[in-house]
Write a protein that binds this ligand. Sequence first.
Ligand code: NAD
Ligand code: AHE
Ligand code: ZN
Length: 368
Amino acid sequence: MKTRAAVAFEAKRPLEIVEVDLEGPRAGEVLVEIKATGICHTDAYTLDGLDSEGIFPSILGHEGAGVVVELGAGVTSVEVGDHVIPLYTPECRQCKSCLSRKTNLCTAIRGTQGKGLMPDGTSRFSYKGQAIHHYMGCSTFSNFTVLPEIAVAKIRKDAPFDKACYVGCGVTTGVGAVVNTARVEPGANCVVFGLGGIGLNVIQGLKMVGADMIVGVDINPAKEEWGRRFGMTHFVNPKEVTDVVAHLVELTGGGADYTFDCTGNTTVMRQALEACHRGWGESVIIGVAEAGKEIATRPFQLVTGRVWRGSAFGGARGRTDTPKVVDWYMDGKIEIDPMITHTLPLERINEAFDLMHAGESIRSVVVF
Ligand code: NAD
Ligand code: AHE
Ligand code: ZN
């Protein structure tokens, strides 16, 4: 079939809206009509050529919601007409990682996913006879996409697509880092670095679990109002203090119980670790750093009890946890609507990247 898609032909070049060819689903795969997709900073980072796994040409996008329209042979867990969220972190429930119960990082198809291919090692997308790569196993910047059955989460049908899509990455990543990865307890003092589409979801997760002090840190002063809107109690602009770590340690009475990096900047990651309380403070890295960047600190920071951890997709088990996050939204436990600052047609998708780079959007959503 033909489908409209925004194709990344090369790094650092705007996406091009073209009609691509899409093969139908093979065994264990489903064809999904994408109704809406968010634009995450990770898409921008890949388009900017900063992802060591970035491949071109490809169809980016990993924060979608849509409807199952066709089943490949042997598919049993979803039906035509089901509403689904594509999962860049699938859940096969059979691999060593899934069975360990220690991680959400299913390894069943990670190898081919990282190469921009379906599990059988081929691509379903092509343009003028040339293969186009999949991205993060999702490629939601296409009106139709093919996904492995283990990489779709079935969600309730009354959830609006243009909001539910954000659960496919940003919402689950931020809220999940609080509830699944850090398991923040009521009364904790916390610091969130980077108040964008991820950081604001960390903040609303912290409010939901009853954190006491929720300090937001951002170099963009316009983010103060956004942070306060979702539960931030204090704001720090690093440009307005001489030593941000010393300032945060003093503000939190000796250091935070939990800190979260939502910037992808390795200098900030170090600050986030060192702003933790001696003896027990835990810092969670959520931000994705540019290819080639490394983190550093004095080992003494860890010897004296601070803990450095990371979180992918908020530690959420894709098929099991994603529908629950949609329920939290529909039940009013978490908010999504005000964070979606821009809704655009596919033809204007490049504007969404410009808005993000200018710090003018929280989340832009493309509706098909
Ligand atoms: P965003 O652009 O919406 O927000 C980033 C925020 O960080 C902005 O408000 C910006 O002003 C702020 N910032 C930048 N430099 C800063 C600094 N030096 N100090 C303080 N604040 C600073 O991006 P986003 O969509 O929220 O994504 C944030 C990061 O999370 C990205 O690196 C993205 O790739 C990553 N991410 C990771 C996961 C995961 O599963 N681990 C999932 C989604 C996104
Ligand atoms: N490919 C990059 C790493 C990118 C990365 O860390 N991705 C996150 C999700 S970001 C979503 O916006 C993730 O889930 N990582 C786990 C995984 O298996 O990819 C690199 O550095 O090579
Ligand atoms: Zn993302």
